[in-house]
Design a protein around this ligand. Structure first.
Ligand code: ATP
Ligand code: MG
Ligand code: MG
Length: 369
């Protein structure tokens, strides 16, 4: 069946009223296929909705995933109403199908979902100014704050062990040992760098096990373009793209944002002299994130923010090297040493953060008090 007919078939499964007047691909997402559908409804005019074909190659369990999204957005909606916000614009609204399910399946087996379209807001692909990065920290901090009393353990772990750095270290060691395509001999320096720091892989997990760090709702894809920015106020309005919402640690989200957002170079930069963790950008994001959290994080969580940045970067470097050793089966590559280059930028960032460790902690302390 062609795409247009599939779309019509899907639209008929949701409880929409009105006549479809336009369907077009929308946005610049890379994971799901996103469409804007416009309905003409009597007395209401044109009503837009977002329709997405979910990527089940990546997300193997779309039913659990949608249950997570429905639970989190329902909770957010209540919170937003409590503080007098606009629940139609400040969180995603999942559209149920005619059987009350938060998704539907087309005749080819694809899973689809619908959201109310949030108007008067834009998602920006690039961080252009410090203000953008600050707003991003503020928005993801607020996300933590609003969900601070959500029972995170009730969410499905849609990608098991996603930030289980300890488990990822074991996979890495196995990849080194098996060395299936004989690459280990060329990357001894990187392997040793990781092994010398292997205790890093345990740090956050042990703190979680000792209950020093509480289980939280984490977003796990904290890019700028996963925030809708209000066109009028230029402030973060709504966190979108909740596919990877899972139980985790608040410092995971913070750390991943620093890893990619405070770096002075691209993830695959070959000239490592260009790669640093920029302390100004670190401060900008930290300020936004802590302010956004509105006192809802524990002191231990805030003090662990630099550790979150270090461990997330270490984990990412280790994952790139694992994939390189396993023959590049997970991350898409454009050339044969792409994953190695990516690993090197991450390890360079780790080394740079170690050098700047006191400064990072000093910055965090400044915004805690
Ligand atoms: P990514 O590549 O970031 O993983 P994705 O394929 O998972 O993206 P989304 O981020 O969910 O897709 O959506 C793609 C784009 O569609 C967003 O960047 C945003 O511009 C737009 N969008 C998604 N949901 C809505 C909504 N409810 N209202 C308005 N625009 C939306
Ligand atoms: Mg997205
Ligand atoms: Mg996504």
């Amino acid at each position: 069946m062609n795409n247009e007919n599939l779309l019509k078939e899907v639209i008929s499964q949701f409880d929409f009223v009105g006549e479809v007047i336009q369907i077009r691909p929308y946005g610049s997402g890379h994971i799901n296929d996103t469409y804007l559908v416009e309905f003409k409804i009597k007395h209401m005019g044109v009503v837009p909705i977002i329709l997405q074909r979910m990527n089940t190659n990546i997300f193997k369990n779309p039913v659990q995933l949608m249950e997570n999204i429905l639970n989190v957005t329902t909770f957010l909606r209540k919170k937003i109403i409590q503080y007098g916000g606009d629940p139609e614009r400040e969180t995603l609204t999942v559209i149920l199908n005619k059987n009350g399910k938060p998704y539907c399946q087309d005749s080819e087996g694809h899973y689809w979902r619908g959201y109310h379209f949030i108007t008067g807001a834009t998602s920006y692909d690039e961080v252009k100014t410090d203000e953008d990065f600050y707003q991003s920290g503020l928005a993801f901090g607020k996300f933590q704050s609003l969900l601070s009393d959500f029972p995170a353990h009730t969410l499905y772990e849609t990608i098991p062990d996603f930030h289980n750095t300890r488990a990822r270290l074991e996979v890495f060691k196995k990849a080194v040992e098996e060395d299936i395509i004989n690459r280990a001999k060329d990357v001894q320096k990187e392997i040793q760098f990781i092994l010398q720091r292997e205790e890093l892989a345990n740090k956050l997990i042990s703190m979680q096990e000792n209950q020093e760090l509480p289980l939280r709702v984490t977003h796990n894809d904290t890019k700028l373009n996963n925030i809708l920015i209000d066109d009028k106020t230029h402030q973060g309005l709504c966190i979108i793209d909740l596919d990877t919402v899972m139980p985790g640690l608040a410092v995971n989200d913070f750390g991943d944002s620093i890893r990619f957002g405070a770096s002075t170079a691209l993830e695959d930069e070959k000239d490592l002299s260009k790669v640093q963790c920029d302390m100004h950008l670190f401060e900008v994001y930290t300020k936004g994130f802590i302010q956004g959290c509105q006192g809802q994080l524990t002191l231990a969580e805030m003090q662990a923010l630099p550790l979150g940045a270090l461990v997330m970067t270490f984990e990412c470097g280790m994952r790139f090297l694992t994939d390189y050793l396993q023959g590049d089966t997970y991350f898409k590559i454009q050339y044969s040493t792409h994953n190695l280059d990516r690993c090197r930028t991450q390890l360079k960032l780790v080394a740079d953060m170690e050098k700047k460790w006191n400064e990072m902690n000093y910055i965090v302390e400044k915004y805690i008090s």
